[in-house]
Design a binder for this molecule. Structure first.
Ligand code: ZN
Ligand code: ZN
Length: 250
């Protein structure tokens, strides 16, 4: 171990992460293959399968279009969301799903740096509001105890390392331990989430521009329900940023 400490002393703290990689060799977040570097934790083959959300997309909900200009999608033309804009960094495909699963259920927090790097390259995130408050979608206390962390809070901290003072993890509370939304249809999703979230302190959100953070945008029901209660508590505007987005044709 002595030589390790000598190396830290010799090369300074900026080498500390390289050293950690030596002690715990980095591996691909999706397939687990060993990697030589840790700045992007995907192997070459998995990285090719990661698809960034790029234009054209819906100016409101951020759904991707195969071609043409940015415009409102069919859903946004007829329905009113409580959020103003929703954007995501990558498409939720099999490769992304494995990486997110690793974070959520395997606690692979090493992946957060990769997600941050990807967010910095993302086009869509640039037209989100500059927020007064950054609020992660909360987990119910039972699930938080089980998992030990809220992945949306970890993502918020990773995405905005310089704005940690704006991140309010207690602004929203999940008061009902809803069943997982996966597999539910639109109407059942909305019913399942009814009264699921409450604003803890109105002062945290009233008159504020809020950016909601979640891991995956599937149908938008969860973030929309959060946005609805935030607006009800007086939020001026709510935008949404998720790491990944379900996009069936991509
Ligand atoms: Zn891989
Ligand atoms: Zn839309």
């Amino acid at each position: 171990m002595n030589s390790i400490f000598t190396t830290i002393a010799a090369h300074g703290m900026h080498c500390f992460h390289d050293l950690l990689d030596l002690l715990f060799p980095p591996s691909c977040l999706s397939c687990g293959a060993s990697l030589l570097q840790s700045s992007i934790l995907f192997c070459e083959s998995c990285l090719k399968k990661i698809k960034f959300v790029t234009e054209p997309y819906c100016t409101c909900c951020g759904t991707l279009f195969p071609s043409g200009e940015n415009h409102l999608c069919g859903i946004c033309l007829v329905s009113k969301w409580s959020f103003t804009r929703a954007r995501s960094v990558i498409v939720y495909n099999e490769t992304a799903a494995k990486a997110i699963f690793g974070l959520k259920f395997g606690g692979r927090k090493a992946g957060l740096k990769t997600f941050k790097n990807m967010k910095e390259q993302s086009v869509g995130c640039q037209d989100l509001i500059s927020p007064d408050r950054i609020i992660p979608v909360p987990l119910h206390m039972n699930r938080l105890r089980q998992r030990g962390f809220n992945q949306s809070l970890l993502l918020a901290r990773a995405f905005f390392p310089d704005q940690r003072n704006k991140i309010i993890k207690t602004a929203l509370r999940r008061q009902r331990d809803t069943i997982a939304q996966t597999g539910l249809t639109g109407l059942s999703r909305r019913k399942n989430l009814r009264d699921a979230f409450v604003v803890e302190k109105k002062d945290d959100v009233s008159g504020k521009k809020i950016l909601l953070i979640d891991d995956v945008f599937t149908t938008g029901t969860t973030v929309n329900e959060c946005a609805r209660v935030l607006k009800q508590a007086g939020a001026e505007r709510v935008d949404v940023l998720t790491l990944a987005r379900v996009a069936e044709k991509f």
